[in-house]
Design a protein around this ligand. Sequence first.
Ligand code: ADP
Ligand code: ZN
Length: 722
Amino acid sequence: MTRARVLLLTAALGPLDYRVPRESEAPLGSVVVAPLGPRRMGGVVWEDASFGAPEAVGDNRLRNLYEVVPVPPVPAPLRRLVEWTSDYYLAPPGAVLRMVLPGAAFADARRPIVEYRATGERPARMTPQRTVALEKIGGRQGMVRELAALAEVSDAVIRGLVQAGALEAVSVSADAPYTEPDPAFAPPDLSDEQAAAASELRGAVAAARFETLLLDGVTGSGKTEVYMEAIAAAIEAGQQALVLLPEIALTEPMLTRFAARFGCEPVAWHSGLRSTERRRAWHAIASGDAKIVVGARSALFLPYGNLGVIVVDEAHETSFKQEDGVHYHARDVAVMRGHFEGLPVILASATPALESLAMVEAGRYRHIILPARYGGATLPDLAAIDMRQDPPDRGHWLAPPLVDALADRLGKGEQSLLFLNRRGFAPLTLCRTCGHRIQCPNCTAWMVEHRLVHRLACHHCGHVMPPPRLCPECEDEDSLVACGPGVERVADEVSSRFPEARTAIVTSDTLWSPAKAAEFVDNVEGGLVDIIIGTQLVTKGYHFPNLTLVGVVDADLGLDGGDLRASERTFQQIAQVAGRAGRGVKPGEVLIQTRVPDAPVMAALVANDREGFYAAEAAARRQAGAPPYGRFAALVISSEDIEVARGVAQRLGQKAPVADGLAIYGPAPAPLAMLRGRHRFRLLLHAPRSFDLQGAIRDWIGRIDWPAKARLAIDVDPYSFV
Ligand code: ADP
Ligand code: ZN
């Protein structure tokens, strides 16, 4: 009889033993479906030695596996990566494995799927709801559930439209092959510096062993063109390439760019895919047929059949850190994947993370530098506007020098970008009479006014409500006022100052789909936009040659809150957004509105002194024992019942480990004391780099009884301290 140890796709259990039915074979790595109680659950056949021994189960009590799924087995290096991730981030291995095997892995790729699309016929009975639904669906197609979500109606409405003939069924094959990218389709004519960098990257791919390369070049230096050469080398060798991007919104322009270089679009992987696309992509990735995959961080764990190189673009971005479920950092795990699979990992950035530069300094990463912008374009001039000396008019947000600069560009027919990292109209609504602030009922957060859609919204839990007419506290009429600006409010100011200017607001609210992002790019490139007002969504990736002015509306915004990376993040964000200016032949200008022009980060930006800034920042971190010279981990205990959460936190506090060099802060209410209706308490651990934090935590939480109503989130190397 053959036994198999199976790691199931559940966070709740470790590996379990099963019997392999006589007619099947299930070598290590096989993807299987197993019985678990009354349920069927996917899993992978795993080494006996991993995760310690499960409870011995007699042969006679073993249950049969239901099925060995006909997909390639999960290779050993990827199994090691799952174990490493689980160990390092203290996450259940089954939860990590779910990122390798999403639902698409178990769907039969050969079975066609029925999707629906508009026929253009008007149903005989047209309701306002149907009209809106058809409008929202437009030219897109998808399964009933997906169209319902897209149109924000029930499944029944979609089915009704099918019956009425307004939507028709199309059969979609999920195993249709993708077009093969052609590395020789349109190679660029590289500058000498670019060619030197590209040849180093190509060499690393050819060597086919683990190495991390930091591709460090100013904005517009051609990093993308250069790393595409590494990708070309992988394809020439018959291998696959993975490009990780920090944001879904960046995928669309990147797909177009890859199509121009390789003759066809790469395979996209992100949460916005339809389930047919997801199924098709997963199977092509596992078979090795998907040659170039461009995706969000979730693409990192997929079981590539024949991976040759990983590129992490904008590698300094903190959005690579996942903040729920498995709290992993995709940049760091990408490097580990390269280590286990023996392949090069390229981290591309104009403003590398201090962590990455420290690795260069330690001799662990190869540093490849592109010092200048491509094609003779110069870097923009940066200047600070001291908001204490040059304040905006009352009730306005743009200081006179910035207003003048905007007027100047409008006059010359050039484009401008105003950056403010705040969605909506105003971050706070306040009662003038009693001082009441409108708060989210579920979170320790203010409700943000979104005037375009007439809503107050919580950016933490998504709670929305109509703006009240009366103060909810004192019931005074017309006493509520909006405090502070969001992008919508800045756009209002622009429109009132320059009624002729054509504006575009760019946030995740307005660019919520790839189609919207593409439309925005077309409009800007086509000269239909004079002034862009946007959040961090517009700070990277875009290349608009006629954009010559960038205004940073509130450069101090990110400095509040005392986050250890606040200065670094501010530097990166402003340097990135500044990098949008003057990318064509006309030089760029960047105006930074700040109340602290003397702060080291502002001074360094204006003086274009990156090295000086990083050196000072590194020295301060070293002094404080902060990352990358020391380590943090956070434990957040949460419960709907505040006493339960407090009780667990206190018991943890009482049993806290004591060790040389280890400091534990708390338990204390987390800065975000309530989130989604759960009360949160936090313990923060701080230790030297060499300290085994994970071991200490594992040991510690093992000594506590957990009430069912309390939940623990562990964040190793946290980036968010709320
Ligand atoms: P980065 O990623 O460093 O910001 P990009 O790769 O986006 O830089 O390059 C900036 C712009 O210059 C892009 O429009 C790109 O197509 C163009 N470019 C860079 N290098 C070349 C080259 N060798 N030949 C043609 N165009 C180039
Ligand atoms: Zn909320």
